[in-house]
Design a protein around this ligand. Structure first.
Ligand code: ARG
Ligand code: ZN
Length: 877
């Protein structure tokens, strides 16, 4: 029988007048509607007859009634061809309600068996079981397991899995699943089989299997308690040499989690598999992580230092999930930040310990400002623990992940490191094997520390980036810090209550340049607050939110010369970086708003940074970079992106021209970095080399072109090569074409590097980029089915403001068409491109109207996915 379950319940609603009522608004799911599952599934046995064209999945669920009720068992299923259902061995006639398979059961327990067929080759959504470059693999988080078999697809149903895989031996010599291999053998007709068992009960979103012709980088790790864990990184044979960095990161992550969180690994093996078609970064399936190749494969010739750092961070992130996510999981998807915020915070701690803490923190804050602040200030703003969603895939956001990590960081700042660690110990011990909530995490922190986090919980429920206004008042040798907080309204949350905002503060002597007294952490808890500072003998400058102790926007009243002084000498390097950014933003924003562009203060500050003997090169590279155009746009009311670009370019030119000697010297010196070294020093040198080259090019295109061509030709690392290529591409002309041609020919067979080739060209500022992007879309190497390739082109284009925000609106139209086309193949990935169109409130009226029109165009498309519908309709709001 064929009973394809229709998509989940679609409720017909008239969404908005003026739009052709083509779209049906999917119902919102609400956090407050949570109910415990009616049936539990302690045991699952699955059997796969794997075939890319048509795979047969047999499932045997041992189910038990959960509590006193007489409701039937309801199983989620999507795009499954149902072949049969049995209850306690007897065939039953399938019945569907609201897209779910309903099974009536009489007693307290039963064995329910289903048999379905699925079509991996036709699975372009990359959710469930799909084929990628000849490999069969799965992705189940959040709701992909229902595309494999009928199941209560929710994270609070935990089961022990036994999985039998059978497949053609020649095409799929390697068969992997979660847990431990227990048996294997040869089957009929050239097939073979393997049996795997995972002893740890897990939610179905952590289920995974892989089948393919894979080679393994094998290693091992000895745990603190003396067990040996076999580590395997599985890739295509040709990619084996590029797995060494990921393997080192994996071993470092195992050791770090033992040392810093007291967490040991729990199975005898840990496998990572790399696949080239993947909707996001990677996935923490129990004992069988599946990764986007981009976060596994790396060597200095084909990956930049930033790529290499990202590999280590993602390898660590997924490994850390084994405790924060797998051993203790989420009760429901509203609690996503429980595991993601915590795990991002953990991977940030790892990166800080492996590299330079200050530079890591600057990068983290950059990411937060580029991705999360705009989200929090726009139509898609939501708390780190959302209250409702239409499609959960849309809530894997910078807010849930990165702001979520900032919230954990603030708890550690408030509690101090020891009590924080007591809190995590208690959390893991108390909730091991459970599916829990953000509230459970906060309560563990409170119980372990004795600190009341009542008001602090507002970080979980209120969206929006708080603004903190600060004014330092000085009188009679005393100082008082006047603070005011203001949490802006966000969709569905008009009025906000005051947050708990931990601010690391120091006063710096205006004359001595020294810290006046020890740094302190001020807890801002009311709307307005005054903090007294005693006995300040000299005029003081205010160094506030040091280390970015709270994810807020600081608006400080500054004295003349104050920012300049802090940018030159704040002893806290993060605060020093911030002061430099504040200085740059001050002069850029003034000019964008119509004043004459003042460049002297910025040029002086950048010059001092370049000439400093004390600052390390990575810090210098960060400190000489101007705030991004997108960040300036966020600070303006109805910005003209063309003007923002022009003013910022004028500042870059002034730096390039005013400091050509300092820049050339730094550029030359940085060229001495050992290409084989991945030390912080060598990476910092290369970063500084790229940053100085870009400014030299801005100052004098001829000089920039000559230097970049030379740097490109002599490049021994991708870091050097890519920065040279980007500078050439920005300058345009023959040299750029020549280098792009060389780059393509040199790396034609390396998909991850060809992604860079697309990305560089899509990131060139200016209105001409769209034509280039349109041409690239017709390039034989372009394909919409590979998310990395699509992101390289569309993602980079949409995040290059002067290219995307063409005055004629053609950039918006192109993006809308691309979203509509991609949606037909892969809704999750398509939906990722909607947000840039939703930033229309920040843009001048002419363009804003065109952005809205592009969103409306998307919403008129028949058969739009829930994913794109939710984001496009909310973006208009
Ligand atoms: N849990 C994975 C990670 O952060 C990501 C899963 C993303 N899922 C999604 N539907 N976007 O490590
Ligand atoms: Zn994660």
């Amino acid at each position: 029988s064929l009973a394809s379950a229709p998509d989940t319940a679609l409720v017909m609603l008239d969404i908005r007048p003026g739009l052709e009522a083509a779209a049906a608004a999917p119902a919102a799911i609400r956090r407050e509607d949570y109910r415990a599952p009616d049936w539990l599934v302690p045991e699952v046995a699955l059997s796969f007859e794997l075939d890319p064209a048509r795979t047969i999945v047999k499932a045997r669920l041992s189910v038990t009634r959960n509590g006193e009720h007489d409701r039937p068992l309801r199983l989620d299923g999507e795009e499954l061809e149902l072949l049969g259902v049995r209850v306690d061995g007897a065939a039953v006639e399938p019945r569907f309600e609201d897209g779910r398979l309903v099974v009536d059961l009489a007693g307290p327990a039963a064995v329910v068996e289903t048999e379905v067929a699925i079509l991996p080759d036709k699975n372009s959504q990359l959710m469930g079981l799909y084929a990628s470059g000849g490999i069969l693999c799965t992705q189940c988080e959040a709701e992909g397991f229902r595309r494999i078999t009928f199941f209560p697809d929710r994270p609070d149903v935990l089961s022990r899995y036994t999985v039998r895989l059978s497949a053609d031996q020649h095409a799929f010599p390697i068969l992997l699943a979660n847990g431990n291999p227990v048996d294997s053998g040869i089957g009929p007709g050239g097939s073979h089989w393997a049996l795997w068992e995972d002893p740890f009960p897990k939610p179905c979103y952590l289920f995974a299997i892989v089948a393919g012709d894979l080679a393994c980088n094998q290693d091992s790790f000895r745990t603190a308690s003396g067990r040996t864990v076999d580590l395997g990184i599985w890739v295509r044979e040709a990619d084996l040499p590029k797995t060494q960095l990921a393997m080192q990161a994996l071993k470092d992550a195992f050791a770090w989690d033992e040392r810093v969180y007291g967490r040991e690994y729990d199975l005898d093996r840990f496998n990572i598999v790399a696949v080239s078609d993947f909707n996001f970064g990677a996935m923490e399936n129990k004992g069988l992580n599946i990764f986007n190749t981009r976060y596994v494969l790396a060597d200095p010739e084909t990956a930049t230092d930033a790529d290499i750092d990202a590999v280590a961070a993602v390898v660590a992130h997924e490994y850390f999930h084994n405790w924060s996510g797998n051993r203790v999981t989420c009760r429901d998807w509203f609690q996503l930040s429980l595991k993601e915020g915590l795990t991002v915070f953990r991977d940030q701690g790892f990166s800080e310990d492996m590299g330079s803490e200050a530079v890591q923190r600057i990068d983290q804050v950059r990411t937060l400002r580029a991705a999360q602040f705009p989200e929090d200030a726009g139509p898609l703003a939501h708390p780190i623990r959302p209250d409702s969603y239409m499609e959960i895939a849309n809530f894997y956001t910078a807010t849930v992940y990165n702001k979520g990590a900032e919230v954990i960081r603030m708890m550690r700042t408030i509690l101090g490191p020891e009590r924080y660690r007591k809190g995590t110990d208690l959390y893991f011990e108390r909730h091991d094997g459970q599916a829990v909530t953000c509230e459970d995490f906060v309560r563990a922190m409170e119980d372990a520390s004795g600190v009341d986090l009542g008001q602090f919980r507002r970080w979980y429920s209120q969206a929006g980036t708080p603004k903190v206004h600060a004014r330092l008042e000085q009188k009679d040798g005393k100082a008082a810090l006047h603070l005011r907080q203001d949490v802006p309204p966000t969709p569905g949350q008009e009025a906000k209550k005051p947050m708990v905002i931990p601010l690391r503060v120091a006063l710096i002597g205006a004359d001595s340049g020294r810290e006046l007294g020890p740094e302190r952490t001020v807890l801002l808890t009311s709307a307005e607050q005054v903090e007294p500072f005693a006995e300040v003998g000299e005029p003081a400058f205010l160094s506030i939110n040091r280390g970015f102790s709270a994810p807020v926007v600081i608006e400080a009243e500054r004295r003349p010369g104050e920012i300049e002084a802090l940018a030159a000498s704040d002893p806290d390097s993060f605060a020093r970086y911030e002061a430099g950014q504040e200085l740059m933003a001050r002069d850029l924003l003034a000019a964008i708003r119509g004043a004459d562009l003042r460049t002297d203060a910025v040029v002086a500050a950048v010059g001092a940074t370049l000439r400093s003997n004390q600052l390390d090169p990575a810090f210098k590279a960060d400190a000489i970079a101007l705030p991004a155009e997108s960040q300036l746009i966020e600070k303006l009311n109805r910005a003209d992106p063309g003007r923002v670009h022009d003013v910022r370019e004028a500042m870059r030119r002034a730096i390039g021209q005013g400091l050509s000697d300092d820049l050339s010297r730094a550029h030359m010196a940085a060229g001495g970095a050992d290409p084989a070294s991945l030390s912080g020093e060598a990476k910092g040198q290369r970063r500084l080399r790229g940053a100085t080259l870009a400014l030299l090019g801005a100052g004098d295109p001829k000089v920039g072109e000559a230097l970049a061509s030379r740097q490109y030709a002599g490049a021994r690392t991708m870091t050097e090569r890519q920065s040279a290529l980007m500078t050439l591409a920005m300058l345009g002309g023959d040299k750029a074409e020549e280098a792009l041609g060389d780059f393509y020919a040199r790396f034609e067979d390396d998909a991850l590097v060809i992604d860079k080739w697309f990305a560089v060209q899509a990131s060139v500022p200016g209105e001409a980029t769209l034509e280039k992007v349109e041409a690239l879309m017709r390039h034989p190497a372009f394909t919409m089915t590979n998310p990395n390739r699509l992101r390289a082109l569309a993602g980079n284009f949409a995040s290059t403001p002067s290219a995307f925000h063409r005055a004629d609106g053609a950039g918006y139209d192109w993006l809308a068409e691309t979203i509509v086309a991609a949606d037909k193949l892969n809704p999750q990935t398509a939906a990722r491109f909607v947000a840039p169109l939703g930033r229309w409130r920040r843009i001048e009226e002419g363009r804003a109207a065109k952005m809205r029109a592009a969103l409306e165009r998307i919403l008129r498309e028949p058969g739009l996915s829930k994913d794109v519908f939710e984001l496009a309709s909310k973006s208009l709001g």
